[in-house]
Ligand binder design. Structure first.
Ligand code: NDP
Length: 612
């Protein structure tokens, strides 16, 4: 497919726009930062522990010795388990609070759910399983079915424990194992533990005054109540809403997908918006079978690498943009500009060109809103005023159009920095009460709140009873972002201290592969304990910090959200601390480390024998 640059306005006044962006940010900054949110399980009667999709079947507690416990069955956990199996590591058990594999794709079944990233990149193990997505932005249910396919194909259901929440992890030096406690009363003793909770496991809920008084139905999008709305995720006919007034709070990536369905089915829909999202059109072509047939082995990795350049590093001279969507628009446009005007010679020039194109692209997005939304005031309120990196960009062919319906009203609550309050029967926005029957929170996830709150594991004690939370109190301390000193045989998949790929699942897959290699290597050497030396860990922390690209200034100028720690003074980037030279350099570094074969920086030991 040939992919053209978009037409963006040349005549943008960058200084004026920047001032406007800062003004809009200031309108939304709240001194409480993270504290504006309450734990979902405390605020909602059936908010978090509840599973609306599968019954939680009682079972007897399990007492068992296991080899590897993988905590989490989402993309991070399932890929770690897959790589462990592939390495031939026996007795790998996945434990998850959900009733099946899927992580966010298990919990999120809201109407309209699709992946927003190119599915040919985002969905892992396509070549290994022979699965091909049906379209570029695949449906949520098909993605969860792919989890099940992977789990079946590679034997990951064996010994898996679902509807099981890990509550404590204690390292027992006398047996060189982790003692795992769960909410099912299990007592497991695992040689190795892989922490794979993922970044979107804990729904986030704003503390709206009066929320507890509301007498209608209330739920989070990650626990969609189809009994109440009608329909199901494959057929979201929300016919039970025909006589209902529904409010949805939040206008992030989730709401962009849900709102058109509420608008279509509910008697009245109120969309409560604090910050608008940038919404481009969505070209979601079905997969061309001829194209699929033409693909050569290794195509998925090549496409992921192309997407990473298109979204982050910049397309190379003459490189085609295989993805050709809103994620790669800036790079695509810059490539065309550079081909015309000459390629910049310095990183600073590229940065400046990126920034300028960012303003132009956002202006294009804002102009587009005027052409779609009929009511002028609503169109104005829907315009996003920030740089693309500040909020996740989205695409939809129905979202903006939904505001042209007579039964849909936008409630802009930016002036009060969020929804004012709830009453027994409705919501109050800008001093006006709107009666509703149902409140849907599309309020996202706790991505940058305290780790303990996100993981929900009360106790994690390493050697000498030291708490992991205390160990990381002043920031992460890891070797390669995957192990930490004093916490033997414990591994981490996620955003800590490593390379970051534009396709999140690629980041996690690389970590899973590396962790599986280390566990296998330790077992092959007869080691029952493996952990980084303090010196190796500290050196990696120095490497990461010395290499880091300082984005603080951009983050501070962003409108608040989970991407910049909700605008708090202490910037905590949602990707953790990233390796400055980039993802490819990080992948090479790990590959070289593995090829050297000496497990440099790790200390191995064995029970009842001398250290090996
Ligand atoms: P977000 O965190 O992006 O959005 C939460 C929304 O709730 C924001 O609009 C936020 O406003 C609003 N909000 C929070 N507090 C208040 C308040 N007090 N009053 C009014 N509004 C409030 O959550 P999402 O679930 O939309 O998306 C989270 C992430 O999940 C995405 O960024 C993406 O990574 C992933 N995702 C991926 C999808 C995919 O690939 N298909 C689809 C959906 C999500 P404000 O912005 O002002 O804080």
């Amino acid at each position: 497919m040939s992919c053209q640059p978009t037409e963006t306005p040349e005549d943008v006044d960058i200084a004026a726009l920047r001032a406007k962006y800062l003004h809009e940010r200031d309108k939304r900054l709240r001194r409480e930062g993270q504290k504006q949110y309450v734990p979902t399980d405390e605020a909602l009667a059936d908010g978090y522990d509840h599973d609306p999709y599968m019954p939680i079947v009682p079972r007897a507690p399990i007492r068992d010795d296991i080899n590897v416990a993988v905590l989490g069955g989402g993309w991070s956990g399932i890929q770690a388990a897959y790589h462990l199996k592939r390495e031939g590591v026996p007795d790998v058990r996945v434990i998850d609070q959900a009733g099946d594999f899927g992580g966010v794709w298990y919990w999120n079944r809201y109407p309209g759910i699709q992946c927003d990233n190119d599915a040919y990149c985002y969905i892992p193990l396509l070549e290994e399983t022979g699965f091909m997505p049906s379209k570029q932005f695949e449906d949520g249910w098909a993605i969860q079915e792919h989890f099940q396919r992977i789990a079946r194909q590679f034997g990951l259901y064996e010994g898996a424990l679902f509807h099981t929440l890990v509550t404590s992890l204690r390292w027992d030096e006398s047996i060189h194992r982790w003692r795992i406690g769960t909410d099912r009363g299990d007592e497991l003793r695992a040689r190795f533990v892989v922490m794979a909770s993922g970044p979107l496991n804990r729904p986030k809920l704003p503390a709206i005054p009066g929320m507890e008084r509301f007498k209608g139905r209330i739920f989070h999008t990650a626990r969609w109540d189809y009994d109440y709305t009608g329909g199901d995720r494959k057929n979201p006919v929300l016919d039970k809403l025909a006589d209902k007034r529904v409010a949805i709070l939040g206008t992030g990536a989730t709401a962009i997908q849900v709102v058109p369905h509420l608008g279509r089915w509910a008697k009245q829909t109120y969309v409560i918006q604090r910050t608008p999202t940038s919404v481009d059109e969505r070209r979601n072509e079905p997969t061309d079978p001829e194209w699929a047939k033409s693909l050569q082995p290794g195509w998925q990795k090549a496409r992921q690498a192309n997407f990473h350049r298109g979204a982050i590093d910049g397309l190379l001279p003459g490189e085609p943009d295989l993805i050709c969507d809103f994620w790669t628009e800036i790079s695509r446009n810059l490539q065309a500009r550079f081909e015309r005007e000459g390629w910049p010679q310095s990183v600073a020039e590229i940065f400046a060109a990126r920034e300028a194109e960012d303003y132009r692209v956002m202006e294009r997005i804002r102009k587009r809103i005027e052409t779609v939304v009929e009511d002028k005031a609503t169109a104005e309120a829907l315009k996003p005023w920030y740089r693309t990196v500040c909020k996740r960009p989205c695409s939809s062919n129905d979202y903006l159009q939904t505001f042209n319906r007579p039964n849909v009203k936008l409630l802009d609550v930016s002036a009060s920095r969020g929804l004012e309050r709830m009453t027994e029967t409705g919501v109050v926005a800008n001093g006006v009460e709107y009666e509703i029957d149902c409140m849907v929170f599309a309020s996202g996830y706790e991505v940058t709140s305290e780790l303990k709150r996100r993981w929900g594991i009360e106790t994690i004690e390493g050697r000498g009873g030291r708490s992991l939370y205390a160990h990381w109190d002043d920031g992460y301390r890891t070797l390669h972002g995957m192990t930490t000193h004093g916490f033997p045989n414990q591994f981490f998949v996620g955003f800590y201290q490593g390379g970051f790929n534009a396709t999140t699942t690629v980041t996690f897959g690389l970590q899973g592969e590396h962790i599986a290699h280390v566990i296998k290597a330790a077992m092959d050497r007869g080691a029952t304990v493996v952990e980084p030396s303090e010196a190796a860990q500290d050196e990696w922390v120095r490497t990461i910090r010395a290499s880091a690209i300082d984005l603080t200034a951009i983050q501070r100028e962003c409108t608040p959200s989970y991407l910049n720690n909700e605008g708090e003074e202490k910037i905590r980037w949602y990707l953790g601390e990233t390796y400055g030279p980039g993802f490819d350099a990080f992948a090479r570094l790990l590959q070289d480390w593995r090829d050297a074969g000496d497990l440099k920086g790790l200390v191995l030991g064995a029970r009842e024998t001398e250290p090996v």
